[in-house]
Design a protein around this ligand. Sequence first.
Ligand code: 2BA
Length: 109
Amino acid sequence: MKMVIAVVQDKDSGRLSQMLVKSGFRATKLASTGGFLRAGNTTFLIGTSDESVQDVIDIISQSCKSRKQMVTPVSPLGNAVDSFMPYPLEVQVGGAAVFVLDVESFHSF
Ligand code: 2BA
């Protein structure tokens, strides 16, 4: 058994949930925050058989789009604050960051 962990953009989470349920996969959605953008995103935990991992990855890739996002850098602490110019940067946020982990055992009571 595998655990697929997918960090996706909030805008794609509804579509991904629907596609997973429609295809018979079980999933848990967690509200999460990106460490870099400090913006909300959604983390899916999807427990599935080894043979179904590729199907899950295909569903994620079909449901999630890569987008450009503007980010304003946070001013540094210390003496450099006066000279700091917070120019917005454009960042490409991926459709999904996907991790596949081995599951030692699974119990459902
Ligand atoms: P964030 O950490 O908010 O990152 C958003 C986007 O900012 C990233 O998109 C990447 O394009 C850019 N970025 C991240 N760290 C950067 C840095 N140190 N310098 C320059 N640009 C940087 P993605 O790579 O597609 O990641 C989207 C979200 O997926 C991330 O949100 C994070 O929540 C999660 N994620 C990505 N890789 C991860 C990893 N190795 N471990 C845990 N979570 C990850």
